[in-house]
Design a protein around this ligand. Structure first.
Ligand code: SF4
Length: 251
């Protein structure tokens, strides 16, 4: 039986369009993000299974509600095998505060049951001994685990050089021209890992999240106050007024 530790308290000038390929802008962009947002440290390291469950709970909610849901889950079911064997409605009740409980509860149980069935215990410590590619492939084969969830476990728990692409990272990276418009999760992860050097991938994730939350917001981006405006093709459109005119016409 695997005992779960206490819930984590992790609570993470318009000029011209750049003429260089996206990769050339990445390190300068990283330095500007660091200057603006301070040290871009990764979240506190968690055990891989904790990180996996926490990431499932983070889907479509904010960090506060994710942490509340995790705390409620671990308070109600102190052991992972208790979560796996519980009535799904009870698991859903426990994580209700995190939203989408009726989706997340069976997903978490399916993941736990698959791990237990394959390894005989609820412990993902063996991932530490696997290559990046093998560990990613294992995680992606678990039910309901997609590229972002796998990347979070790899980056934050196993300290591998990957860049999880959440909604903020994806939006900012697309506007910066680092990933193609409309790229799906698989493509966005692959392309960003090609563009962002290994040593700054995890920190770049943190920096782009901070940028996406504070400046490169959904809707109209605040390019006027963005530290990356000289490196970003979208800034010219926004700062020239073309973005607003387009939106007005279409809306
Ligand atoms: S310049 Fe504008 S579009 Fe580009 S990253 Fe900054 S806020 Fe986003």
């Amino acid at each position: 039986m695997t005992r779960k530790p206490a819930p984590p308290s992790r609570r993470t000038r318009a000029t011209a369009a750049p003429s260089h390929p996206p990769g050339a802008a990445v390190r300068p962009a990283y330095r500007l993000l660091e200057r603006r947002f301070g040290p871009l440290d990764a979240p506190q390291r968690l055990d891989p299974l904790e990180e996996l469950v926490l990431t499932v709970l983070s889907q479509n909610t904010n960090d506060t509600n994710r942490d509340r849901a995790y705390a409620a889950l671990t308070a109600r079911f102190p052991m992972w095998d208790e979560v796996a064997g519980a009535d799904v409605a009870d698991v859903a009740d426990a994580i209700r505060v995190g939203g989408l409980a009726n989706t997340k509860a069976p997903r978490i149980q399916a993941i736990l049951r698959a791990i237990e069935e394959e390894h005989g215990s609820l412990d993902l410590g063996f991932l530490d001994r696997m290559s990046d590619d093998d560990a990613r492939a294992y995680l992606l084969a678990l039910p309901g685990v997609g590229p972002k969830t796998a990347a979070c476990v790899l980056a934050f728990s196993l300290l591998r050089p990957v860049i999880p692409v959440d909604t903020h990272v994806g939006r900012a990276a697309e506007r910066l021209g680092w990933v193609p418009p409309g790229a799906n999760d698989v493509v966005a992860h692959r392309v960003l890992e090609e563009v962002v050097p290994a040593d700054i991938r995890v920190s770049m994730h943190v920096g782009l999240i901070r940028l996406g939350r504070a400046v490169c917001k959904a809707g109209r981006p605040r390019c006027e106050e963005c530290p990356l405006q000289d490196l970003c093709p979208t800034a010219l459109k926004v700062l020239s007024g073309a973005w607003d005119r387009e939106k007005k016409k279409s809306g």
